[in-house]
Design a protein. Structure first.
Length: 204
């Protein structure tokens, strides 16, 4: 098995052969391991370059961590979703737009930002709650408050009331549906495809 330094040197040598140069400032590396002692090496040095080790990085728009945790990615997605929500919240509050149109704005503008890459998420209950809280916040903006029949005071809608008004699969069910659809897509791929080998393979 090659060491990290040998791999780095091989990368630099391979890029030079085709006329490219690796930028040490822009190139980082991350180790995903159950061995906590593997964190002792913080950087890898070659002849002329030093590659910094990081605990998380962005790859194709997705946050990857050395603990293989999806929590940071969901946190990042919710942050982007909040920014998108605040950019259109005036539309969601407008009396000139119907609720049906507001729901379309949510499903076609806000939801895709939050659910980018969700096919690979493995959710725990705590993360599901965060996602539902975000969705309920948006839905309360869409449906507005309700006057209490007893006190005649305005109050925000409860979760059960939001579910009845929304009449569509909630955000967690959408994620699980997309995961199943992606799993089926991968299962139908040929055995020569790397993604299929990852799905059905058994590490030794």
């Amino acid at each position: 098995m090659h060491t990290l330094k040998e791999n780095a040197e091989a990368l630099v040598a391979a890029t030079r052969e085709i006329g490219l140069e690796v930028s040490a400032d822009k190139t980082k590396y991350m180790v995903m391991s159950r061995d906590q002692n593997s964190g002792r090496i913080q950087s890898v040095r070659t002849d002329n370059s030093t590659f910094e080790r990081v605990e998380e990085l962005k790859y194709l728009g997705t946050t990857l961590t050395n603990q293989n945790s999806i929590a940071e990615e969901i946190k990042s997605r919710l942050k982007s979703g909040n920014a998108c929500y605040h950019s259109v919240q005036n539309l969601l509050s407008s009396r000139l737009l119907s609720r049906k149109l507001k729901i379309k704005i949510y499903r076609n503008i806000i939801l895709p930002v939050v659910l980018y890459g969700c096919e690979a998420w493995s959710l725990i209950l705590q993360e599901e709650r965060k996602l539902r809280m975000f969705e309920n916040m948006v839905l309360r903006r869409i449906f507005g408050p309700r006057r209490d029949e007893v006190t005649e005071e305005w109050r925000r809608l409860h979760k059960e009331e939001l579910n009845d008004l929304y009449c569509s699969p909630n955000i967690v069910r959408v994620i699980k549906s997309r995961r199943m659809r992606w799993a089926g897509h991968v299962a139908r791929m040929g055995e020569e495809r790397g993604v299929n080998r990852v799905l059905v393979g058994k590490p030794e």
